[in-house]
Design a protein around this ligand. Structure first.
Ligand code: AMP
Ligand code: ZN
Length: 115
């Protein structure tokens, strides 16, 4: 828990969120400014700042997060049409919140060019 981190506060239930999945290691909640009909954020409950900060010992956690994102996509009906998982890293990657998170986006075409 990093005391000035908004996503640690969400994980700790100090800030409200619309939770779509939770277990002891991760939380998934609706993005407050959705870019697609389905836009969830998956975060580890422990504070990891960026992709640069993941460690070999985080491998199982990250693997489980991908399994849960896949299951969540299926549950929300976006598996067969498809979806996008995004993780932004630092300034040039466009990371606004410095707590590792994966965006799960779907429910519309994200392909470019559209088609
Ligand atoms: P990023 O630019 O990859 O760091 O993405 C941060 C995301 O967090 C953005 O899509 C924001 O809309 C989202 N966000 C910021 N604050 C909250 C919040 N309190 N609850 C839900 N989503 C949030
Ligand atoms: Zn944090």
């Amino acid at each position: 828990m990093k005391s000035d981190c908004i996503f640690c506060k969400i994980a700790n239930k100090e800030i409200k969120s619309e939770i779509v999945y939770e277990d002891k290691d991760m939380l998934a909640f609706k993005d407050i400014d959705p870019k697609a009909p389905v836009h969830f954020l998956f975060i580890p409950k422990k504070h990891i700042t960026t992709l640069n900060d993941i460690l070999p010992e985080d491998g199982a956690l990250l693997g489980n997060m991908f399994l849960k994102m896949k299951e969540t996509a299926l549950k929300h009906g976006i598996s067969s049409d498809g979806y996008r998982i995004v993780a932004n890293c630092n300034k040039n990657g466009g990371q606004a919140v410095l707590h590792l998170h994966f965006h799960l986006l779907g429910g519309r075409s994200l392909a470019w060019p559209p088609g």
